[in-house]
Design a protein around this ligand. Structure first.
Ligand code: PLZ
Length: 446
C-alpha cells in the first residue's frame, strides 16, 4: 500500500454550530427554488473535500463516512482524477460515442472486462447513472432470452426510474404515488440472517426463493434475477453464505440471466473489486456506477458477449453514455485504486471498524446486529431484548454525529440502520476519531 497524500488537513474541526450560518443562508435560498421532493440528509453545504474530510461553507471540517453514497472511494478530489479531467476538457468535452467514438470509452470497456469476475468473452456498454445501467441490463436479458419476468428481492434498491422503481422494494419515499409501475417484476424473499429464522442456511434460503419462483412464475418465463450481492439502501444486508451461489447455479441451469447489481457494492468497496467475488459467483451481467469514476457520472454494464451482442446495432445507447470526461475520470480512478491497493484498504477499514463496533455491540443492547464487509459496514438498532427496529434511535445517532462533525448516513427498510461508507483513502487516525464519536453517542443515546 503506497502512502496517501492529502491536500486538506485530515482532521475534524468544528468552528460554528452545525449547520452554520452560511449553510443556513444557502438552505433558505434553496427552499425558495429547489423542489421539496429532493432531500438532503446532511444540511451542511459543501465547499471542499479531500481524503476523509468534507469542509463546509462555514469552514467546519467534517469526517465523511458517506462518500456521497459510496461514490468517492478514491476521495472527492483525487489528484490523478482531477488531472485526467482537466486534460480531457482541454481537448473535447463531448462528441457522443454514437456519433464519433473515442478511445477513452474503449479503454474503460477493456478495463471492465479485465476487472469483472470470470474470464469469459465480455462486452460492455456505458451509461450515466446506476438506474440506467440496471434498466439496460434488464433490456439485454429480455431480448437475449425472449422472456419477460424479472425477479427482484425484498429490501432491494435499484433506482428511481419507472422500471427501477418497480424493482425497488421500499415504498416510502421511493415509490409512493409514483405508479403505475413496470409490469412483470416479481419480488422474492432475500436471505437476511439477522431476521431470518435461526439456523436457516444460505442454501436453504435460496431453495425457499427458488421454489417460490418456480411455483409463482415458472422458470421458463424468467428472463433474469437481479440482486445486490450485499444490499445497499435496504440495510447492508449480507446474505448467508451459499445463498448467492445457489441462486446463480439455478439461474444457469434454467437459462435465466443472473444480474449482479454492484452499483453500491462494487469497485473495491467490500475488499474485493466486486462483492460477488467473495463466494466465487460469476454474474452473467454486472451493473456498475458510483465508485467507478471518482465522482463523475458514469455507469456500466459488463456481461457475457453472447448475451450483449444479441442486441441489434442502435438498440443500446444514449447521448451522454460514456462521456469522455467521465471515462477519463474512470481510468484515473482505476489507476489510483490499483496504485493504493484500495481493496486491501477496504479490508483494513473492516478490521479497524468491526473490532470496535462489535465491542460496542457487546455493551449496548440496542445494537441488534453489526455486519458488512470491507468498508461497507452497518449497525442495526433495535428495542433492547427484541428485534423490533428502532428508527428513532438511529435518527438520533446520525443527527448527534453530525453535531460533532461526523457525516453518518442511515439506511434500511425499517430506517434503523446506520451505515459506514468512508472514502477508502480515509486515514486510520481520522477513522478512529469518527468511531470514538459514534461510540460515545451510542453509549449515551441508547
Ligand atoms: N443500484 C444497488 O445502490 C443507488 C440511491 C440514493 P443511481 N443507491 C443510492 C437515492 O436515494 O436515490 C443505487 C444502488 C444500487 C442502483 C442504484 C441507482 O443508482 O446512480 O442513483 O441511479
Amino acid at each position: 500500500m503506497s502512502e496517501i497524500e492529502y491536500r486538506l488537513p485530515q482532521k475534524r474541526a468544528i468552528v460554528t454550530e452545525l449547520p452554520g450560518p452560511a449553510s443556513r443562508a444557502l438552505d433558505a435560498r434553496r427552499r425558495a427554488t429547489v423542489a421539496a421532493g429532493v432531500g438532503s440528509s446532511v444540511p451542511v453545504y459543501a465547499a471542499d473535500a479531500d481524503g476523509g474530510v468534507l469542509v463546509d461553507v462555514d469552514g467546519n471540517s467534517l469526517i465523511d463516512l458517506g462518500s456521497g453514497i459510496a461514490v468517492t472511494s478514491v476521495g472527492a478530489s483525487d489528484a490523478a482524477v482531477a488531472e485526467a479531467v482537466r486534460e480531457q476538457v482541454g481537448h473535447f468535452t463531448h462528441t457522443c460515442f454514437m456519433v464519433t467514438p473515442y478511445e477513452g470509452y474503449v479503454r474503460v470497456a477493456e478495463e471492465l472486462s479485465a476487472l469483472t469476475p470470470g474470464d469469459h468473452d465480455k462486452r460492455t456498454v456505458l451509461f450515466n447513472s446506476g438506474a440506467e445501467a440496471v434498466e439496460n441490463a434488464v433490456k439485454v436479458a429480455r431480448l437475449a432470452t425472449g422472456r419477460d419476468a424479472i425477479v427482484a428481492f425484498d429490501h432491494a434498491y435499484h433506482g428511481r426510474t419507472n422500471l427501477t422503481m418497480a424493482l425497488t422494494a421500499k415504498s416510502m419515499p421511493y415509490k409512493t404515488n409514483f405508479g403505475p409501475f413496470a409490469p412483470e417484476v416479481y419480488r422474492m424473499p432475500m436471505s437476511y440472517p439477522y431476521r431470518d429464522e435461526a439456523g436457516l442456511t444460505g442454501e436453504q434460503a435460496a431453495r425457499r426463493t427458488i421454489t417460490q419462483i418456480e411455483k409463482q412464475i415458472g422458470a421458463d418465463s424468467v428472463a433474469a434475477i437481479i440482486i445486490e450481492p450485499i444490499q445497499g439502501e435496504g440495510g447492508f444486508i449480507v446474505p448467508a453464505p451459499g445463498f448467492l451461489p445457489t441462486l446463480a447455479a439455478w439461474a444457469k441451469e434454467n437459462g435465466v440471466v443472473f444480474i449482479a447489481d454492484e452499483v453500491q457494492s462494487g469497485f473495491a468497496r467490500t475488499g474485493t473489486w466486486f462483492a460477488c467475488e467473495d463466494e466465487g459467483v460469476v454474474p452473467d451481467i454486472i451493473t456498475m456506477a458510483k465508485g467507478i469514476a471518482g465522482g463523475l457520472p458514469l455507469s456500466a454494464i459488463t456481461g457475457r458477449a453472447d448475451l450483449l451482442d444479441k442486441v441489434h446495432p442502435g438498440g443500446l445507447g444514449g447521448t451522454y453514455g460514456g462521456n469522455p470526461i467521465a471515462c477519463a475520470a474512470a481510468l484515473a480512478t482505476i489507476d489510483t485504486m490499483r496504485a493504493l491497493d484500495l481493496p486491501a484498504r477496504a479490508r483494513h477499514i473492516e478490521e479497524l471498524a468491526m473490532t470496535r463496533l462489535r465491542a460496542l455491540a457487546a455493551d449496548v443492547p440496542a445494537i441488534g446486529d453489526v455486519r458488512g464487509r470491507g468498508a461497507m459496514i452497518a449497525v442495526e438498532f433495535v428495542k433492547p431484548g427484541t428485534t423490533e427496529p428502532d428508527a428513532e434511535l438511529t435518527k438520533t445517532v446520525s443527527a448527534k454525529a453530525l453535531e460533532q462533525g461526523v457525516i453518518l448516513l442511515t439506511c434500511g427498510t425499517y430506517g434503523n440502520i446506520v451505515r459506514l461508507l468512508p472514502p477508502l483513502v480515509i486515514g486510520d487516525e481520522l477513522l478512529s476519531d469518527a468511531l470514538s464519536v459514534i461510540e460515545d453517542i451510542v453509549r449515551t443515546a441508547a
